[in-house]
Design a protein around this ligand. Structure first.
Ligand SMILES: *Cc1c(COP(=O)(O)O)cnc(C)c1O
Length: 414
């Protein structure tokens, strides 16, 4: 074999990020390769929630909105996420969910390009990103969606129709199903050269590596995947400073009003990034997210990326070596530059294979029709975990454990 388990243990001992694992709660005997779906809880999350409930909520009651800074959480938390995605202060706001963030970004982009009636959307986009745009188009009337397949056909989509008709393009930096990563600078330049606005979905980027959002017009993303903010943690929206006061989004809620406590009968947008908030922030969810951001403040993102590519490359090498005879096909790019922090393999019986693997302590997930997904959160996944996961996968395939009847039935959440 290319590498032994002992070599992996040695890599872990030399890993500059090794101590971060102790800051997370991870069940004994589980290799958790689903941090790209729901990040593991920071140990500090529980105390942070208790502190907000007992000190701030019980201690100050409604006074917490001022005294505990609840009202400003969307902006103060946004400023903490900003460095992780290459943004500056006052450029990111946190709240709602990614689906809602899609509506905010796309509706704001459309207002900046009056006369252009086309939204370019990727068939590979996460379904909710597509559904929300479809709903928006239905509600607004007069707009049209032009589908592309990744960046294939993007130039054609941008140049087609009656000349300059594309208002904005919505793509995910990392494809949730394949793990492939776009060259965002190149794609953004192409889109903007056509006079359209670029919106990036960073759900599978933020916390996986240093994102460079700066050239984009808008970006959105969630905080419960690699950022470990907890189930249902709020989403973020980045708006380039040149657009912030030049447009409005569809969801004109009172927290985005210029004077929310003037209780005026008519909407007037706040100046700056605040206008991209909608309504009352989920204060308890922010508490857990901020406990995680306390960790992120201490992470060197260049070191994180180096470990991430080492983990994903090792997993590809080991699986290809150990599982060669069993019909797995690598879905993710072999070029580390062109992937996020996840590796996917296709297998015709992917669903029962994943169920059998989970039963043996290796947690990945399955995405229809045939994709086995493995996410590698570099803060808490070790090289030895990668080794053990590959060996267990080979065992499941070799011994055909996955053929057992109990693995065939689909559960609601895959
Ligand atoms: C996880 C994910 C979402 C989830 O959207 P919610 O509104 O938080 O349910 C949306 N888009 C992408 C690309 C995702 O990866």
């Amino acid at each position: 074999m290319t590498i032994s388990r002992k070599d992996c243990v040695a890599l872990d001992a030399a890993d500059p990020l090794r101590d971060f694992r102790d800051e997370f709660v991870l069940p004994e005997g589980t290799i958790y390769l689903v941090g790209n779906s729901l990040g593991a809880p920071p140990k500090a999350a529980s105390a942070a929630l208790t502190r907000v409930v007992e000190d701030e909520w019980a201690g100050r009651l409604v006074g917490g909105w001022n005294a505990a800074g609840w009202f400003d959480l969307p902006e103060t938390t946004g400023d903490r996420i900003a460095p992780l995605i290459g943004a500056g202060p006052g450029q990111v706001v946190v709240g709602d969910t990614t689906s809602i963030a899609v509506v905010k970004a796309v509706s704001a982009a459309l207002r900046l390009r009056p006369g252009r009636r086309v939204i370019v959307s990727d068939l590979a986009n996460f379904p909710t990103d597509r559904y929300m745009v479809q709903g928006l188009v239905k509600a607004l009337g007069g707009y049209e969606i032009r589908d592309v397949n990744g960046t294939d056909g993007l130039d054609e989509a941008l140049g087609r129709g009656s000349g300059d008709d594309v208002a904005c393009v919505l793509l995910s930096e990392v494809d949730y199903r394949t793990g492939d990563r776009h060259d965002t600078a190149e794609v953004t330049a192409r889109v903007q050269a056509a006079g359209a606005l670029m919106i990036w979905d960073l759900c599978h980027s933020a916390g996986a590596y240093q994102v460079d959002v700066a050239p984009a017009d808008f970006a959105i993303g969630c905080t419960y995947k690699y950022l470990n903010g907890g189930p249902g943690a709020p989403a973020f929206v980045y708006v380039h400073p040149r657009h912030q006061n030049a447009t409005e989004h569809l969801l004109s809620g009172w927290h985005g009003h210029a004077a929310p406590f003037a209780f005026e009968p008519d909407y007037r947008p706040a100046e700056g990034i605040r206008r991209f908030t909608v309504s009352t922030p989920h204060v308890l969810s922010f508490a857990a997210l901020n406990a995680s951001l306390d960790i992120w403040e201490r992470v060197d993102l260049a070191v994180l990326r180096a470990k991430s590519t080492a983990l994903t490359s090792l997993f590809i090498d080991l699986v290809e070596e150990l599982c060669a005879p069993y019909g797995l096909t690598l879905v993710t790019s072999r070029d580390p530059e062109r992937r996020g922090s996840q590796v996917c393999f296709a297998h015709p019986d992917g669903y029962p294979v994943m169920r059998a693997l989970i039963d043996r302590g290796v947690h990945g997930d399955f995405r229809a029709p045939d994709v086995l997904r493995f996410g590698f959160a570099p803060l808490y996944i070790r090289f030895a975990d990668v080794y053990d996961a590959a060996v267990t996968l080979a065992e499941v395939l070799e011994k055909e454990h996955w053929r057992e009847e109990r693995y065939q039935q689909r559960l609601t959440v895959t």
